[in-house]
Every structure is written in structure tokens, then in C-alpha cells.
Design a protein around this ligand. Structure first.
Ligand SMILES: Nc1ncnc2c1ncn2[C@@H]1O[C@H](COP(=O)(O)OP(=O)(O)OP(=O)(O)O)[C@@H](O)[C@H]1O
Ligand SMILES: [Mg+2]
Length: 215
């Protein structure tokens, strides 16, 4: 599956989620590749740490941006089971290019009205891509969800998503968890760093939904 992880808004967890899904896929003995199309190269840096620390399994990545993106993906798509494309914030050219070849789109969304409003920019490009690919599935996952139930933003954001046409809401949100940040520092996925953590459980749940894997 070619999975595009995108949101034109910055800091919503695109790279973190791309990496964790890549790790998940590799543990399923699938051939996983992450495409790093961000000029800040978060994924490449993270995988360099992983390599230095000699963590297994090796996660493969490739740097490709903008118009080269679609060509590169076409060229190598047969070699991998899962290709996860991490798009940079604000990169409309890259997002457009990746939408052309994507089988599915995953949008990490932060809770809160500002992020819901900002989603329309990303949705505009998705609708444009749907003129050629009307069936393109788009899943939204709420990331850094409030773990304190008293705070209503996450639930309100979920409700707002139920009114957006043409998307599905992931069966789990990802809570705001220290494990998600800390594990990255070590070049590890949340499930590797803290296998019994809530974060690991949520990533597993999300990955199964995204890659359509039954228990
Ligand atoms: N569920 C989470 N819980 C806690 N921290 C998180 C979570 N998801 C992401 N983070 C942290 O939030 C920050 C932003 O995440 P990340 O870099 O993945 O976002 P991004 O969408 O790729 O950003 P950019 O738009 O700059 O590419 C990072 O410090 C990351 O460790
Ligand atoms: Mg990023």
C-alpha cells in the first residue's frame, strides 16, 4: 500500500506517525519504506540515529521531493509492501504529487478548532485529486489527544470530523504521550521503547486499521 501521511499544517505528528507505522510494518515482516519528502529530513535523521544505535529491524527510507516524488514511487513500488510518504507542512507541490500515486491518505489532526479550520486547505487538494481518483480513501487520526477527559477539545474535534464529507475517522486517536516523544530520541518506535504502553497499543490499533490487517 502506498500510504500518504499528510496535513499542510505543521507539527501535527506526520513524521512521528509515519515512522511508527513503518516500524509496525517491518515487525509484521512486511517490506516497509518511508519516503522522506521533508526538507527538514526528520525521518532521515531519525533513521540515522536508529542505524547508529544498531536497532533492528532496519527501516528503509528514501529522500524524494516534489515532482520527483511520484516518479520515484512508481519506480520502486513493486519492491515494497508498504510505502509511507511523509509530506512536509505547507508543501502543496509534494502533496499534489504524492496524491497522484497514493492508495490511501492518513491525516494526523490535532484537537482544536484552529486545526479543524486549517484542514480545509489539505481537503482542497484531496478533492482535486479525487477528480481523477474518486474512491481515494482518506482517514483522519486525532493525534496528541487530551488524556484528561475533562478537556473537551478531542471529543469536539471528533464530532466536527463526523460532519466532514469524504473522510473516515480512525478507530482510535493517539493520546498526548511522553513515550511518543521519548522513543523517537532513541530512534525507536513507541512499541519498541515501551511495548506495554498506551502509545504502543494505540499505534497498533491505528496500523491495523490503516493497513487493513485483521487481528
Ligand atoms: N502523540 C504524541 N504525543 C506526544 N508528542 C507527540 C505525539 N505525536 C507527535 N509528538 C511530538 O510532536 C512534535 C511534532 O511531531 P512531528 O514532527 O511528527 O510533526 P510533523 O507533523 O511531522 O511536523 P512538521 O509539520 O514540522 O513536519 C514532535 O516533537 C513529536 O515528538
Ligand atoms: Mg514532519
Amino acid at each position: 500500500m502506498i500510504l500518504l501521511v499528510g496535513n499542510l499544517k505543521g507539527g501535527t505528528g506526520k513524521s512521528t506517525i509515519s515512522f511508527n507505522l513503518g516500524v509496525w510494518s517491518a515487525y509484521q515482516m512486511r517490506r516497509a519504506l518511508i519516503i522522506d519528502s521533508d526538507p527538514l529530513h526528520t525521518i532521515s535523521t531519525l533513521l540515522a540515529v536508529r542505524k547508529e544505535e544498531r536497532h533492528q529491524p532496519v527501516i528503509y527510507s528514501l529522500i524524494a521531493a516534489e515532482t520527483a516524488l511520484a516518479d520515484e514511487i512508481d519506480r520502486i513500488s513493486d519492491l515494497f509492501d508498504d510505502i509511507i510518504v511523509d509530506i512536509a507542512a505547507g508543501d502543496k507541490v509534494g502533496l499534489r504529487a504524492a496524491l497522484k500515486v497514493a492508495d490511501k491518505v492518513l491525516i494526523p489532526l490535532l484537537p482544536g478548532q484552529a486545526d479543524v479550520w486549517a484542514l480545509s486547505d489539505t481537503m482542497e487538494l484531496i478533492e482535486e485529486a479525487r477528480q481523477a481518483k474518486p474512491e481515494l480513501p482518506v482517514m483522519v487520526v486525532i493525534n496528541k489527544a487530551d488524556t484528561n477527559q475533562q478537556i473537551r477539545e478531542t471529543q469536539e474535534t471528533e464530532e466536527a470530523m463526523n460532519h466532514v464529507k469524504g473522510i473516515s475517522l480512525a478507530p482510535t486517536s493517539l493520546g498526548y504521550r511522553v513515550v511518543m516523544r521519548r522513543s523517537l530520541t532513541e530512534g525507536l518506535g513507541a512499541a519498541e521503547w515501551a511495548p506495554r504502553s498506551k502509545a504502543a497499543e494505540e499505534i497498533d490499533h491505528l496500523a491495523r486499521a490503516v493497513f487493513e490487517v485483521k487481528n
